[in-house]
Ligand binder design. Structure first.
Ligand code: CP
Length: 316
């Protein structure tokens, strides 16, 4: 694996999953691969889990880690070629990515969508510029459309927690008060539609995700019908893809409550976090044994470690 920006970069998902499971049992077994190597983590947006779990993963491999909050601590980066840089931007992506490549062996980039320019967001303009001008492997720490490190951790968690060979997994839209990206949901759909699960999506009319990521997954607009006999309920808000970036705040009945969980097959509750309590999900669910959100967060480390190790083994 050269880069890790979506499931499409992974030649063998089962093998990567096995590697993550092996690493979780013996996290310090592969230290020699990371010795004298440096990981650069570049954040254009806030993060708790991605930042800490990816640092921990790198440290478990003996890597050095440099973290930079590009928006607040770096120069404003120009993405366009041929621009006369006489306005707000101070450093071109060509130099920025090239320079980071002198100091690091792998770089991670977090860059959220604008949610105002669908074409730019769905062309992954920022991430692709890093891929174009980086001289080292690039991993996505969540991009405009996808969050593969999260989805890989979610897959690890489902495989660990499942009680039947092919569990029913439901991705459910949930209420929110702000416009949120579709990245976690797109990515979860992409990974689940490639996994050995019975996967469906439920969301209100007008909130269907992009076909390019759902791969023909069944979408049910009646949440109760979708939740029936679910083994895993993955709640997430996303703003509209169709009416790009728009939200609805009049759909609180989509919140995951004990009543909703009672429709499931003693199902587990999942969320990528951070989560707004009593908006997306009720306290009674998040504080119950059904919730496996901390197990998901824990698996972020092993997902990132498997990805880093795979890239290191391929001779970054
Ligand atoms: N789930 C996730 O990516 O969390 P952070 O935004 O805190 O990194």
């Amino acid at each position: 694996m050269k880069n890790f920006t979506s499931i499409k970069d992974v030649p063998d998902v089962k093998a990567l999953l096995q590697l993550a499971q092996e690493i979780k049992k013996q996290p310090y077994n592969y230290k020699s691969y990371g010795e004298n190597k440096t990981l650069g983590l570049l954040f254009f947006n806030p993060s708790l889990r991605t930042r800490m779990s990816t640092q921990k993963a790198a440290q478990n491999l003996s890597m050095q880690v440099m973290v930079m909050n590009l928006n607040s601590d770096g120069w404003q980066i120009e993405l366009e070629d041929g621009t006369v840089m006489n306005q707000g931007t101070q450093e071109h992506i060509k130099e920025a990515a090239g320079v980071i490549s002198q100091y690091c062996d792998i770089m991670g980039v977090r860059t959220f969508p604008s949610l105002t320019d669908k074409e730019a967001d769905y062309s992954e303009k920022v991430l692709n510029k890093f891929l174009e001008h980086s001289l080292i492997p690039v991993i996505s720490l969540e991009s405009a459309t996808l969050h593969p490190l999260q989805s890989f951790a979610d897959l690890i968690t489902i495989v660990e927690q499942k009680k039947i060979a092919k569990p029913k997994v439901v991705l459910s839209w949930a209420p929110h008060v702000r416009s949120l990206p579709q990245a976690v949901s797109n990515s979860f759909a992409q990974w689940m539609s490639n996994a050995d699960v019975d996967f469906i999506i439920t969301n209100p009319e007008g909130f269907d995700l992009a076909d390019e990521f759902t791969n023909g997954t069944k979408v049910i607009h009646d949440q109760d019908e979708a939740l029936a006999n679910a083994d895993f309920v993955y709640a997430k808000n996303w703003s509209s893809y169709e009416d790009y970036g728009k939200i609805r705040t009049d759909l609180n009945q989509w919140q995951i409550t004990n009543k909703k969980m009672a429709l499931t097959n003693d199902g587990k509750f999942m969320h990528c976090l951070p989560v707004r309590r009593n908006l997306v999900v009720a306290d009674e669910v998040l504080d119950s044994e059904a919730s496996i959100v901390l197990q998901q967060a824990n698996n972020r480390t092993y997902a990132a470690q498997a990805v880093l190790l795979n890239i290191l083994r391929n001779g970054s």
